[in-house]
Design a protein around this ligand. Structure first.
Ligand code: MN
Length: 479
């Protein structure tokens, strides 16, 4: 069933949220299981906060995905109630099977496993999911948003909902639908201010040079990864990036300097081959939190969400939760984690420059043992974007940190290559077929795979063959 066929029922969704929220606040022996990403961490923190207001401090667990191992561990606990945040929707039957004697509430925005009218009526699981009400969980309600709507009587929690929304990248074209409503709650309650501005990380917490040279979404041609060029660019445009011997951040500039910098940057990106569409996306609404200190990443929803992402990817979700709950020690630690994470990214990118080789049909970036599997995709994307000519896709290799028999592979392309027929999702799916326990897939422009070490040569040969076919317009068959 598609979204369009389903009757949109916002009121029904809000009602379901309120009922679930009320019940959750009655829980007295609960664990919150939340997703590990920049949506899931604030989502779990929202539920924790709401329960804590009733004097109850539930346990928390963070999952990367639903695996039999995680399920088994949860089964071994004695919690009577379980709240899943930002995960669970795709696995309700497995949850019902493994945990038949618990009361479970799932607050999720991912595509549900079974349509709402085909679910068992006597289940121990309550599902709250925008998809059930004809609301697109892909772009107008995230895990944090759904969680917040359960506890709308606490408008201050809308701050975390917005961190989730931005963390789930649902703000790319401005907020719509349910997200827009949450923003309105937040603005009306004096929690959030909306501004039109450059949507590059580090507006609040980075020096201007770092702001430009660390930019990775999008990658700024000639500037990302190059401090010298950034300093020169700022000087050429007469932006006072150093004042009284102190490097200043974007928000510390005067309004007219900020404006001059954004127009110069846009001009620079257009002149250096960035697609117009990508350039347009650089300016948009940003959400600033009135109750936070400017100069910290928590002041700006985007920076806040990057801190969450860094915590999640470095197995420090608990620190992320602490930061959401405004614990000063957690916040300090979370900022250190983010700095280390971005430093890793940067050294990964420097290393990549020396390690890149041309493998004919694609660029090969072999970073086995040198770059962590959690950032290999970002490094691959950055490396491809920084090439003067990205006429072929890039395939990057790293060691799988959880499974020593496997490699983690990231493949990245460009929109131009997609137009010519490249499909990295299809490519990796086919290349992994019949290679033992190798699996792969993702999107056309960005995909990943887990490949057996001993099959690497065969895998790369298959990749080359498939990419060649795709880019020369030949038909590629799944088997
Ligand atoms: Mn999510």
């Amino acid at each position: 069933m598609t979204e369009i066929e389903k009757q949109r029922d916002e009121t029904g969704f809000f009602k379901a949220c309120i009922v679930a929220g009320k019940r959750i606040r009655e829980f007295d022996d609960a664990v919150i299981v939340h997703h590990f990403d920049a949506d899931g961490i604030p989502a779990g923190s929202i539920v924790f906060s709401a329960m804590y207001r009733n004097g109850i401090a539930p346990a928390m667990q963070c999952w990367k995905k639903t695996t039999p191992e995680y399920l088994q561990k949860l089964k071994e606990t004695t919690f009577k109630q379980i709240v899943f945040c930002d995960l669970g929707a795709g696995y309700t039957s497995k949850l019902a099977e493994a945990l038949p004697d618990r009361e479970i509430i799932i607050l999720d925005h991912h595509e549900p496993e079974t349509p709402v009218n085909q679910r068992p009526a006597d289940s121990n699981i309550t599902i709250v999911n925008p998809h059930d009400f004809g609301i697109d969980g892909g772009n107008e309600a995230c895990g944090g948003g759904t969680s917040y709507l359960c506890f709308r009587e606490f408008p201050e929690l809308s701050q975390l909902a917005l961190v989730s929304t931005v963390g789930d990248m649902q703000d790319r074209a401005g907020l719509i639908g349910v997200n827009k409503l949450i923003l309105k709650d937040s603005v009306d309650a004096g929690i959030t201010t909306v501004k039109k501005d450059l949507r590059i990380f580090g507006r609040s917490s980075r020096s201007l040079i770092g702001f430009l040279s660390y930019a990775s979404d999008p990658f700024l041609p000639g500037l990302t990864g190059n401090d010298k060029n950034c300093a020169q660019f700022l000087a050429e445009n007469e932006i006072p990036y150093k004042q009284n011997d102190k490097y200043v951040s974007y928000y510390e500039l005067q309004e007219d300097d900020r404006k001059r910098l954004s127009s110069a940057l846009i001009e620079h990106c257009l002149a250096n081959g960035m697609a117009e569409k990508a350039v347009d996306k650089m300016i948009g609404d940003v959400y600033l939190f009135n109750n936070e200190q400017p100069g910290t990443p928590f002041f700006d929803s985007h920076e806040f969400s990057v801190v969450m992402n860094a915590c999640g990817r470095n197995n420090e979700a608990q620190t992320g939760v602490g930061a959401c709950l405004k614990n000063p020690d957690s916040r300090k630690k979370a900022m250190e984690i983010m700095q280390a994470h971005r430093q890793n990214l940067r050294s990964g990118m420097t290393l990549a420059k020396h390690k890149l080789s041309d493998a004919g049909e694609f660029y090969l970036l072999d970073l086995r043992g040198q770059v962590k599997d959690s950032i290999i995709g970002t490094v691959a994307g950055a490396t491809l974007a920084n090439l003067v000519q990205s006429t072929k896709p890039i395939i990057a290799l790293s060691l799988d940190e959880d499974d020593h028999e496997m490699l983690k592979i990231s493949a990245r392309g460009t929109n131009e290559l997609i137009e010519k027929g490249l499909d990295l999702n299809q490519m990796l799916r086919i290349a992994c077929k019949d290679l033992g326990k190798s699996t792969g897939g993702g999107h056309k422009v960005a995909a990943g795979a887990s490949v057996e070490k001993r099959s690497l040569n065969e895998f790369l040969l298959k990749c080359a063959g498939i990419i060649h076919k795709q880019l020369s317009g030949e038909e590629v068959k799944l088997d």
